[in-house]
Design a protein around this ligand. Structure first.
Ligand code: ADP
Length: 256
């Protein structure tokens, strides 16, 4: 019965997704079509430039849409590998600093002990980036982005997870936060409060999908006007952990 329920939920999600795609693509095509029609009518050639820019933005949006969608597709055939959490987050660091403007401070704090997790690392990277992009967009006037990893033992079920040992990744921003209305819809595919061309509304849906696919969970905590914390829980995989001082030794060796 549970499997049947899962299947019907999947079908429902798929239906929502394909309906959403058609809608979003129509919007993009409409934008391009009206800009091109206007371009035929404008009296001076320089008036065409802003219309071209509108087209370029629309195409960017379509591209973002398709890359998110193919990520959804890939979710079906996950390429799982077992990696140490802190070492994996360390690999994302460069990407993160690459997309943060200089008015956002980036802090990272690793747990003392790094446990292995079994994940699709591409999906993990995408999920992590999606959350960081949201944090960045929530802080247009600057702020602090903190990433922290920790180890958690759940004595009882939490967020649909069975009791057991988990690692968690907390991504916290000091941005706008979310109203209760936005929080309630945030995970819905294609729900976005961002201007046209900026948001696809698929970021949190992908991150949620990644968490579930990894038998983990994604929790949102947000205070309007103060900031947001997004928390990934992932089950600890079998294997040996690594102590922080080993990691530091390795770093030193690498930099000399
Ligand atoms: P997108 O980023 O393309 O809008 P998401 O699914 O990632 O799509 O996010 C949906 C909405 O949730 C965002 O448009 C925004 O309103 C809200 N949101 C997500 N993350 C944050 C955050 N860190 N701070 C404030 N609002 C957020």
């Amino acid at each position: 019965a549970e499997r049947a329920l899962q299947q019907s939920q999947k079908l429902e999600a798929l239906g929502r997704l394909t309906g959403g795609i058609a809608h979003e693509f129509n919007n993009v095509l409409q934008t391009i079509s009206s800009a091109v029609q206007l371009a035929k009518l404008v009296p001076k050639p320089e008036h065409v430039v802003p219309l071209m820019e509108t087209c370029i933005k629309a195409v960017d949006r379509a591209t973002a849409l398709t890359s998110q969608l193919s990520a959804f597709g890939r979710a079906q055939e996950a390429k799982l590998s077992t990696v140490l959490l802190n070492q994996q987050i360390e690999e994302f660091k460069g990407l993160v600093s690459g997309i943060l403007p200089s008015n956002i401070d980036f802090k990272i704090r690793f747990s003392e002990v790094s446990w292995p997790v079994t994940v699709d690392t591409l999906q993990f990277e995408l999920a992590f980036l999606n959350i960081v992009i949201n944090a960045r967009d929530a802080m247009p006037n600057g702020g602090t982005l903190s990433v922290e990893t920790c180890n958690r033992h759940l004595n009882e079920p939490y967020q649909g997870l069975p009791a057991g040992d988990y690692v968690c990744i907390q991504i916290t921003d000091t941005g706008s936060g979310m109203s209760a209305e936005v929080m309630a819809k945030a995970f819905e595919p294609f729900f976005t409060t961002k201007p046209v061309g900026k948001g696809t509304g698929l970021g949190l849906a992908q991150a949620y999908g990644f968490a579930r696919q990894s038998h983990g969970a994604l929790a949102l905590h947000s205070v309007e006007g103060q900031g947001t914390m997004v928390e990934f829980y992932l089950p600890r995989a079998a294997g040996q952990p690594m102590q922080a001082h080993h990691a530091r030794e390795n770093d030193e060796r690498m930099s000399t």
